[in-house]
Design a binder for this molecule. Structure first.
Ligand code: ATP
Ligand code: MG
Length: 584
């Protein structure tokens, strides 16, 4: 492709709403333009990258036997009523009516549509397993779209759905997708970590998120550098660092006037916050009360509590509800002597033998709380937020907290949707069974941004060769030099004959401008033709990453480029340079 015949609108200015580097660079390098908040147009360079990511995904999905389909974006309300999600999805789901006043949604995801299809099409175990996927536009009315295509309202997702006849098959389908995802992200040049995650609104049994470690990531993950433990911070656990020792003593009231918070009490009594036991009253599933105990220096992850309780809603109790249970005001409550309310002790307080907590009396706390002795019965659960340095639950070494970009998500869904939408089949014995499902998403557009987050330098993007809009940039520096142009033409044709995707900067621009643009758009390899070196029969071959340059005889430069590019593909896990369809 000749630059002058293409469209690469590079700019210096950064849009006002761009605060992460990938967003800035995608704009400046002419990959995207904004329509309105959360909606973007992919320009020719951007679309080339997107298509390459999609094709890497396709190949790996196909290798695992998944079959590509394309489902409608618009979905009827009835299906979402049947699954129960019409009411649980909330305002993120875009809803609209057609001229007959019928309700539709703009698909945020496709479990309902695919399960309905399977329910209609499948009737025998002989037709299973099946894994269907699509690469398609999704709509989510995000409350605050941000970071460009990383969190937008319209975005491209690869979503796959597996259907199996038994648990063993479902396990294999899940593992196949985990393996495919590792390959996909590696080949895209943004290796991702699979971390244990919550199932959230999807429901189901287990799930893992694929995270690209990056400081601009919105997700926090807890990982161990000594073993393979990694989990989303809403799910992460730590080993029991909380075996507290200390002298056991009798419960003793202490006067703590106006000390209602952990910091008030610990300052007043001159003790560490970790000596306190926080007593939190929650209300879930409308009116069920539960008392949660956690160490004074720790917080509860409410998502963990929701999962533990299998709750459909959860909130902290209000002042009136607290008074009803404890007969004492907020800030002075404790679990001792409280009857008739379910009590859950977080791991952080299990060993407590001399804790401090509210006395159930205004302006008083108690010392000497012994959990086993003073709280008649309680359940144990892992509810606290893991902090940097806590011991790993697997190997007990200190855990790290890192930020990550969630580029993919895999769920083991069980039979939630097949049950709701009637996806059954007859097994070998002629018995009706529910298909066991998995669903597997990749944010294709978000992956593009994540690739840039982990592949850039001061000057611009440094594309991994597999997803670069072009593999090599040809840059003759003097557009008036006939000889140089002739040589450029020869190299251009020859690179194309080698099956390489080449962009020829044939613009009549100053060398400085060409170099700046080249750095910004980040084509991984570059052949530079200058007067001086050409006179010696040489051209310059530059690797964008690290700016390594070498002089290469002109008659070898194509072959050398082909070799370098081949190596780069193999480093990313490809067998060789993938064949592109059609001349580029
Ligand atoms: P998030 O927690 O970031 O909102 P999610 O858990 O809602 O993501 P899924 O429903 O699992 O996302 O969707 C699958 C994938 O789609 C995600 O892993 C992510 O890469 C991508 N994705 C989700 N929401 C957006 C969005 N608003 N813009 C771009 N990509 C998105
Ligand atoms: Mg979301």
């Amino acid at each position: 492709m000749r630059w002058s015949q293409f469209f690469i609108p590079t700019i210096k200015e950064v849009p006002a709403d761009a605060d992460v580097i990938s967003h800035k660079l995608m704009y400046r390098a002419g990959l995207i333009r904004k329509l309105v908040s959360g909606f973007y147009t992919y320009l020719p360079m951007g679309l080339r990258v997107l298509s390459k990511i999609e094709n890497i995904i396709r190949k790996e999905m196909n290798k695992k036997g998944a079959l590509e389909i394309l489902m409608p974006t618009l979905q009827p309300r009835e299906l979402w009523e049947t699954s129960g999600r019409w009411h649980t999805m909330g305002p993120e789901m875009m809803r609209l009516k057609n001229r007959q006043d019928r309700d539709f949604v703009l698909g945020p995801t496709h479990e309902e549509v695919i399960t309905d299809l399977i329910a209609r099409e499948i009737n025998s175990y002989r037709q299973l397993p099946l894994n269907f996927y699509q690469i398609q536009t999704k709509f989510r009315d995000e409350i605050r779209p941000r970071f460009g295509v990383m969190r937008s309202r319209e975005f491209i997702m690869k979503d796959a759905y597996s259907f199996d006849k038994d648990a063993e098959g479902a396990k294999k389908s899940y593992q196949d997708m985990v393996d495919a995802y590792q390959q996909i992200f590696q080949k895209c040049g943004c290796s991702a970590l699979a971390v244990e995650a919550d199932t959230g609104i999807m429901g189901g049994e287990s799930s893992a998120e694929f995270m690209v470690p990056s400081d601009t990531g919105e997700e926090e993950m807890v990982c161990c550098e000594h073993c393979d433990y990694a989990a989303n911070s809403e799910k992460a656990e730590s080993h029991g660092l909380f075996d507290q020792t200390g002298d056991e003593g009798a419960l003793e009231e202490v006067h703590t006037p106006n000390c209602t918070s952990v910091s008030d009490v610990s300052a007043f009594l001159k003790v560490q916050p970790s000596c306190l036991v926080k007593t939190l009253l929650y209300v879930h599933d409308t009116d069920k009360k539960v008392l949660v105990l956690v160490r004074g220096d720790r917080n509860i992850v409410e998502m963990k509590l929701i999962q533990y309780l299998h709750a459909s809603d959860l909130r902290l109790a209000d002042e009136k509800e607290i008074e009803e249970v404890f007969h004492a005001p907020v800030g002075f409550v404790g679990p001792q002597g409280i009857m008739g309310v379910r009590v859950i002790a977080d791991m952080s307080v299990l060993g407590v033998v001399s804790g401090i907590t509210g006395a159930n009396k205004k302006d008083y706390h108690v010392k000497g709380l012994n959990l086993k002795r003073d709280v008649p019965s309680f359940e144990q659960a892992h509810l606290h937020q893991v902090l940097q340095g806590d011991p790993c639950p697997k190997c007990r070494k200190p855990l790290q907290i890192k930020k990550g970009i969630e580029v993919g998500h895999v769920f083991n869904l069980g039979t939630k949707y097949s049950k709701a939408l009637g996806a059954t089949f007859l097994d070998q014995a002629g018995q009706s069974q529910l298909a066991i499902m998995g669903c597997f998403g990749i944010g294709v557009s978000r992956t593009m941004a994540a690739i840039i987050e982990v592949n850039h330098d001061e000057q611009g993007i440094v594309w991994p060769v597999s997803v670069a809009p072009f593999e090599i940039l040809l840059m003759p520096l003097d557009s008036d030099d006939k000889n140089m142009l002739k040589e450029a033409e020869r190299i251009y044709t020859s690179l194309q004959e080698q099956g390489l995707q080449v962009l020829w900067d044939d613009r009549d621009e100053r060398a400085g401008v060409k170099f700046k643009d080249a750095e910004l758009i980040g084509i991984p390899y570059m052949i530079i033709l200058g007067k001086k070196s050409m006179a010696k029969g040489l051209g310059e071959l530059e690797i964008r990453r690290g700016h390594q340059k070498q002089d290469v005889p002109l008659d070898q430069i194509v072959e050398r480029s082909r070799d370098l590019i081949g190596h780069a593909y193999r480093d990313l896990g490809f067998l060789d340079v993938p064949q592109v369809q059609g001349a580029l």
